[in-house]
Design a protein around this ligand. Structure first.
Ligand code: DX5
Ligand code: ZN
Length: 219
C-alpha cells in the first residue's frame, strides 16, 4: 500500500493562505485535507467551497481531499465537486441516505469516502464498504484541530484492514510522529495531520520524517 500524508488546512495561517497551500504542496505531502464544518454537526464553523476553489487555483496539481463535517452533506455535493474536490468524505452519522449519496458523489466524478466518529461502532459502516474508495476513522471528536489522539479508535482500523486488505484507510485527529506510527501499525495508510505539520517551520522535514518512521510498518 502507498503511505499518504495529508496536511489539514484547518491549521494553516489564515493570513497567508495561498502561501500555506503552496508550502503544504512543496513539503512532499500527498494531498491537502480540507475540513468543512457546519455548527449543527460539530461545535464550530470553518470554510466552504470557495476554499476548495482557492486550493485548486493556487496548487492545481495538489490533490484535494474534502472532509464534510455536515449534517446535510447531500445539499452541497455539487458545490464541492464544482469547486474541485477530488475525494469527498461524508459521515455515517450525517442526516442523509448514504446508499443514495455515495453513488451520487461517484457520479459527479469524485471519489466517495465514509467517515465515522470516535463513539460510533465500526459495524455501522459495514453496509457501505462496497460503495466507497476510502474509510476515514476519526481519532478525535471532530470540530477542532490540536486535540489529543484517541488510541481507543485504533481497533477500528484493525477491523477494517482485516476485511479490506487493499482499501485506503485514513486516520484524522491528533496525528503526530508517534501516533502516525501507531496508526500505520494498526493498518492505516493515509494520515491527516493539521497542527503537527503546519506548526513545523520546516514542513518538508516533518513529512519526510513521518514517512521514514512509518515505512517499515506499512502493510
Ligand atoms: C477535526 C478535523 C481534523 C483536524 C485535525 O475536526 O477533522 O482534520 O484538522 O487537526 P489536528 O491534526 O491538529 O488534530
Ligand atoms: Zn478532517
Amino acid at each position: 500500500m502507498k503511505l499518504e500524508i495529508l496536511p489539514s488546512l484547518l491549521a494553516a495561517d489564515y493570513g497567508r493562505l495561498a502561501d500555506e497551500i503552496r508550502r503544504a504542496e512543496e513539503s512532499g505531502a500527498d494531498a491537502l485535507h480540507l475540513d468543512i464544518m457546519d455548527p449543527h454537526f460539530v461545535p464550530n464553523l470553518s470554510f466552504g467551497p470557495d476554499m476548495v476553489a482557492l486550493s485548486r487555483r493556487v496548487a492545481p496539481n495538489f490533490y484535494r481531499n474534502v472532509h464534510l463535517m455536515m449534517s446535510r452533506p447531500d445539499l452541497y455535493l455539487e458545490a464541492f465537486a464544482k469547486a474541485g474536490a477530488q475525494t469527498i468524505q461524508i459521515h455515517v452519522e450525517a442526516d442523509c441516505d448514504l446508499h443514495t449519496e455515495l453513488p451520487r458523489i461517484r457520479a459527479l466524478g469524485v471519489k466517495p469516502a465514509i467517515v465515522l466518529n470516535p463513539e460510533t461502532p465500526i459495524e455501522r459502516i459495514a453496509p457501505y464498504l462496497d460503495e466507497v474508495d476510502e474509510v476515514l476513522v476519526m481519532t478525535v471528536h471532530p470540530g477542532y484541530g490540536g486535540q489529543k489522539f484517541i488510541a481507543d479508535c485504533l481497533p477500528k482500523i484493525e477491523w477494517l484492514r482485516a476485511r479490506r486488505p487493499a482499501m485506503d484507510l485514513m486516520v484524522d485527529g491528533g496525528v503526530n510522529a508517534t501516533t502516525a506510527v501507531d496508526s500505520v501499525r494498526a493498518g492505516a495508510n493515509q494520515l491527516v495531520a493539521g497542527s503537527y505539520l503546519f506548526g513545523k517551520p520546516d514542513m518538508a522535514a516533518a513529512v519526510a520524517d513521518m514517512r521514514e518512521r512509518c515505512r517499515c510498518f506499512l502493510r
